[in-house]
Each structure stands twice: as C-alpha cells, then as structure tokens.
Design a protein around this ligand. Sequence first.
Ligand SMILES: [Zn+2]
Length: 426
Amino acid sequence: MNSRYTRKLCLLASLACLSMGRTLAQDEEINCGTPDDPVALAKTSDLPKITKTWSGTLKAMVIRISFSDAPYTVDTATIGKTNASINNLYRSMSRNTFEWDWHLYGPILNAPGTKADYGANFSSLQSWISQQMTSAGLKRGTDYDVYVASFPQISVGWAGLSNLREADWINGSYSAGVTGHELGHSLGLPHAHSIEAGPDMFGTPGTTSQTNEYGNPYDIMGRGGSTGHFNVLYKWRIGWEDADEIKEVKTSGTYRIYAQDNGVHKARTIGLRVSSGDVNYGYWFEYRTISTSARNGATVMFQGFRTNTNLDSWYLDTTPGSKTSGDESDGVLAVGKSFQDKYGQTTFKTLAINTGVWSEEGYVDLQVTIPGTVPTGLQVARSVNLFRNGDAPSYNLMGRAMAGLSPARTLAVKVENGSTRLVLSR
Ligand SMILES: [Zn+2]
C-alpha cells in the first residue's frame, strides 16, 4: 500500500497551495480533495452523504484583465456565447434547478506587469486582481459568488485554475470546456480521474502512478469537454439527483440504468452503487449517450482509490491497456462483458443496451450477481389448491426469475395415491 506515499504527495501539494495562501486546484497538479469533502465518513459501504445541494443561481462575474504588453482581446460576444454554452450544460446537469447568473464587470482592468512578469509570479497577479476588486467595492455574496478572471495567455502550464471556492482564473482563450470545468471546482468538485494500471483494471489503491488525473473521457471534470456531464457520484454529492434515482444495490438482480447525461427527470434509476467485498471501496455505474463510445455499455467507476474516505470518482477502463490519453474511450463495460469485484465474489455483466443515439430513453441492463442473495427479480407465489373431501391436497410454490435469467419453474407438492410427490415443472 502506498497510502502514506500518497498522503505525502498531497501534503506537498497542500504546502505548495498554502505557500500561495490558497487551496488551489491547479490543472497540472495532484488534486487533494476539496474543503467540502466529508472526511468523517468512516467507510464506503453505503451511499455517501450529499455534501451540499446547489440550487437556484450563483452570481458569476467575469473580470477582464490586460497587461502592460498585452491587450485583452476576447470580445464580449465570445464571452456571452461561452457563458451561454456553460449554462446549457449546468442547466442540463442540474435538470433546471441551477444556473450561473452571469455578470460582466464593466471596465477592463489594466494590470501593470507584463506577460513574462505574471508567468514568473502568478500569485502577484492574483493579489493585484483581489486588490482591484476590493477598491472597486465588489463584495462576495452581493456582487458576485464566484469571479472568473480572464487574461491574456501567460506561460504557467495550465489553462484554468480554481481556489475551489469563489475564484477561478482563465489563462488565454475563454472556452466553455475550461471555464465550465473551473466552475465545477467552485461547486466543490474534484477532477474525474481514471485508473490506468496496465493490464490490471483495478490497480492498487493509493498508487498515484496508476492514475490519470483527468482520465474520465466523458466528464467535464476529466476530459469530457463542454458537453460532458458530471458523473453520477459527483451529481449525487452536490444534490442534483434524487434518492429514487441512485440505488445502493445489495442483492443480485438485473438493473436497468437510464442515460444520465441529459436534462430529463423521470424518477427512474440513473445510477447504481455497489459496495466492494471490502467495504472501504465501492463501484458506481451509469450510462451515457452523448459520446458515441460511451453508448456501448455501462460506465464503471471506482470509489476509494485515493483513500477510503475520499469521494473522488475513478473511471475503470474495462479494456485495460497502456496508460495513454484516449485509452479510456474503449473502457465502458460493453454488452456481453463482465468483471468480478477485486475484493469479493460479486460479478457485473452488461446484458443489453437499447440505443445508438443521444437520448434520455437510452439504457443499459446490468446484471449484478452477489452470491448468497436472492435476485430482486425473483417472484415467489404460493398456493394451496382447493380439494374436496377425499381428494388429495396439493400445494404449489412457484419461483419466476427475471426475464432473461432463467425460465419460470413451478414446484408442486402433491399427494397422489397416498404418496407425497414433489413435481418440478419443465
Ligand atoms: Zn481542474
């Protein structure tokens, strides 16, 4: 186990963040969770608590900045278009319960330094922006909830940065993919990672070298871009899914999971969580239809890879291979594929999908087999048959498993000619 090593890495990253006076989610560094992480969660055998439900609107204010050697060049039409695109995604993800209330701060702020100055010392730009906002009388909670500082591209190795709360910084072009991602951090969400441990689909929890920080190919908190819905674990964490839509599975059965990457709310299952045999870990399942490669089967995500109290989402590549960007796009559990829990006997198999298009009606049927449990699809009927005086009494017991699992069987207890017979139907 490398948990001590991971903790050390996190500590180093935290110290780096502290040295800048903030906790940063920098898009090149290890992410150490968010301030809102419910660290008191002792184990992961059940659905985690909802961290915070975001609803209504939050004011997002765009602050434009120029440098002494670089004018601000993004036009307001582009800013408006990007912000509208971001809101399309957030409205859809929250199913019209949340959106950003956009404001564009009037004047372009002229920072005194050069691109090279701020590339070498980014914190000096951060401080300067804060000072300007204070002297302009802009107040958090009144004028803005989150500010998005946009400036000409500097050489810092990242496209966007968030302090996981009220401040995001956008370096260079103002795109919906990057800005929408940073705003996800401002809601308290970490990156959507993947595990890539060569031929081993699971890797060893705590081993940072076996991960891709942005490895989820479908999630805007990973590499999913401007239309990539948050995964079902992250939507759950911020209160954008109802309790009847996310199931904690504890018995065998075939479960239908409807596509989650749309704005439609029909009170049906859009995500499953199944505990591992080791309750420190869990598996999350969802179905996506925006991306063509996602439509082939269930998306599988692991919980607990960093530490057993950490609620980051780790996409599992069920066709494991080399750790290359893009390798995860063949990762969904396609029809006919199965895998077994690394720490137990539970198996998972995709039986069917119903769609090849982007639709909220898309679904995947996932068979979960937990040894020793009764399939939830099993119907049991009992009957004592009517009999007249002198006739032989009989008793029927019928079990019908879910369609596709096995045909119905009827077990009957009959008394014939003074003997008791058990009759199992064909
Ligand atoms: Zn990020």
